[in-house]
Ligand binder design. Structure first.
Ligand code: URA
Ligand code: SF4
Length: 213
């Protein structure tokens, strides 16, 4: 028998029916890469199927891994506040991640976020493609470079291309995309730059609000 591929990818785990509830249930059992094993559970996307706005993060964090929902930890609080300030509060949104299991290293009792590898991002992309096909959002916002790379490839750069609506034929299919920073970058910003970083993030999201009308 040939050795098992290290990252066979999620494709073989997709259900025959690709509605969001069916996808979510099937993703629970995904073994498309090695990240499932040390993690607590799959953290699938959440939100209504008719949401005009899709938000894509990197991967669940420590809190999300335990709770099973995306963006319910510290980065999620930054995101929620910024969505509020940008006027997107009332816009139905579906929130998900490029990678659906928490990638971490252990340091004593702490679990430290580890940026997912390119092979893991690729392995997990079929879930994101399927979510996009089920949602058909009017606008997709990529939060940070992992989401940008998964959706738009390496030609798009967060700091160069942020805050503008890009009409692209993406890895998820054609559509309108907006790239911005990851909310955790605001938490990590030095004290004297944090307010500015937050304001720039909100300004990017205001462009999304305007686009969605
Ligand atoms: N960071 C992410 O990218 N996604 C989450 O769900 C939480 C933190
Ligand atoms: Fe499957 Fe994605 Fe989890 Fe890897 S990270 S096991 S591809 S759901």
């Amino acid at each position: 028998m040939p050795p098992r591929a290290k990252h066979p990818g999620a494709q073989g785990f997709l259900p025959p029916e690709t509605t969001l509830p069916e996808l979510r249930a099937a993703a629970d059992g995904c073994r498309g890469c090695d990240l499932w094993e040390p993690a607590t559970q799959t953290v699938f996307g959440a939100g209504p199927a008719d949401a005009p706005l899709l938000l894509v993060g990197e991967q669940p964090g420590d809190v999300e891994d335990v709770e099973g929902e995306p963006f319910v930890g510290p980065a999620g609080r930054v995101l929620a506040q910024a969505l509020h300030e940008s006027g997107l509060d009332a816009t139905p949104r579906y929130v998900t991640n490029a990678v659906k299991h928490f990638s971490f290293t252990r340091q004593g009792k702490r679990r430290l976020h580890q940026t997912p590898k390119a092979a893991e991002v690729s392995a997990c992309r079929p879930w994101l493609v399927a979510e996009y096909a089920a949602l058909r959002p009017q606008l997709t916002v990529c939060l940070g470079s992992t989401a940008v790379r998964s959706v738009l490839g390496t030609d798009v750069k967060v700091l160069r291309d942020r805050g503008a609506v890009l009409e692209r034929d993406s890895a998820l299919g054609p559509g309108a995309f907006l790239v911005t920073v990851h909310p955790s970058s605001i938490l990590r910003a030095p004290d004297d730059l944090r307010a500015e970083a937050r304001a720039a993030f909100v300004a990017d999201l205001r462009v999304a609000a305007q686009f969605l009308g």
